[in-house]
Design a protein around this ligand. Structure first.
Ligand SMILES: [Zn+2]
Length: 383
């Protein structure tokens, strides 16, 4: 059956290329995914999948096995970031050129969606024998920095569940067992305004913030064998109205990428220790901190069935399968931590191209991903 499935995937390559190109031609910036969801509803219904768009706009499609069994989820998001500047061509051209498909969303994540749909289609057409069901889950608003707006989070809060999942983020076809979490804090320093000619009559909030930044940069982020080292980035600083006035407030937005084992609470404690220390050194020092965004790292045990299945798929194809991690944050967090669904990340495309102008995905990677996805289904749902 596996050889038959692989041959059929080769034969369906043109269909897959066209599908991915057509999806790229439908802009689906976060909050505007309805047209793409409607397109997929039509497309997948015609292929013979059972389909649904839920009340949040998330798209679902199922293929069922011949016997009862587990639910394997394939999760990839419908939305993309804005096109932005710097493109050499129309960002929504979906152009097929030099063995690549070009345009916003090609690598993040429409390539994975195309490969997953073709994998499911081939199993359906070949009458493959597997237990349980495959659920294609394509949520809205993965790219927004607000957990409560994210489609995957909303579906899980509604009670959606499964036994294991593959998240199709652009991992360069590497099997990732872990992703990093992302935190953002807003720190404010409070000074006293004065004329810039007599700064001693005021208290400069920007100067106070420079001390905060200095200490923040000394925090040593944790490390994890899969994701590597976490990171900290003071990203946006604002304060003052003109150079001749002592600024009375200054704000800093700082992001922190966390590795498995690190929490938002830990980061807040570290910041509060810094603020307390500065206060001890200078009784006039005044500052506050709030967490403005909090998402968690995720990790899946390498003994989980879904990991074993994707490793077996690589083995069958004769491809090396190092188990790694990704420094990005994605919906694997919610599937794993909120849904308690063991989730592995694996997808075509590169994180280095995602969110950048002239984004593209290699067609050869789409084919390989479709093969790995199909064989993973056969292995994970064999009984
Ligand atoms: Zn993505």
């Amino acid at each position: 059956m596996r050889a038959q499935v692989l041959n059929r995937i080769e034969a369906e390559q043109e269909r897959m290329i066209k599908l991915v190109s057509n999806m790229v031609k439908i802009p689906s910036v976060s909050g505007n995914e309805a047209e793409l969801a409607a397109f997929l509803l039509n497309y997948c219904t015609e292929l013979g999948f059972e389909c649904e768009i839920d009340r949040h706009g998330n798209f679902f499609a199922w293929i069922r096995g011949k016997r009862p069994g587990k639910r394997l989820i394939f999760n990839s998001h419908l939305d993309t970031v804005e096109a932005g500047e710097g493109w050499e061509d129309d960002p929504y051209s979906g152009k097929i050129h030099k063995d690549r498909i070009w345009g916003r969303g090609s690598t993040d994540c429409k390539g994975a969606i195309g490969a997953q749909i073709i994998a499911a289609l081939v199993l359906l057409r070949e009458g493959a024998d597997f237990a349980g069901e495959v659920c294609l889950m394509y949520p809205v608003e993965e790219e927004v920095q607000d957990v409560s707006r994210k489609g995957t989070w909303k579906a899980l809060m509604d009670g959606f569940t499964g036994d294991m999942a593959v998240n199709g983020e652009d991992t360069d076809l590497r099997v990732c067992l872990a992703c990093e979490g992302m935190l953002e804090v807003l720190i404010t320093t409070y000074g006293t305004g004065a004329h810039g000619a007599t700064p001693e009559e005021g208290k400069n909030a920007i100067v106070m913030m420079t001390k905060v930044v200095e200490h923040l940069c000394r925090i040593v982020p944790g490390t994890n064998p899969y994701t590597g080292k976490g990171s900290i980035n003071p990203g946006v600083i604002q304060g003052g109205s003109r150079s001749s006035v002592v600024p009375d407030t200054c704000t800093l937005k700082c992001s922190r990428f966390t590795v498995p084992g690190e929490t938002g609470e830990l980061f807040l404690t570290q910041i509060n220790e810094i603020l307390d220390k500065l206060k001890r050194e200078d009784p006039d020092f005044k500052a506050s901190v709030v967490m403005t965004y909090e998402s968690n790292p995720s990790i899946v045990d390498k003994e989980e069935q879904v990991v074993k299945a994707i490793e077996a798929a690589h083995g069958y194809l004769g491809i090396n399968c190092p188990l790694v991690g990704t420094p990005q944050h994605d919906d694997a967090d919610f599937l794993t931590n909120l849904g308690h669904i063991p989730t592995v990340l694996y997808g075509p495309g590169s994180g280095r191209l995602a969110h950048m102008p002239n984004e593209y995905v290699w067609i050869s990677e789409l084919s390989e991903a479709a093969k790995v996805y199909a064989l993973t289904i056969l292995e994970a749902l064999k009984d």
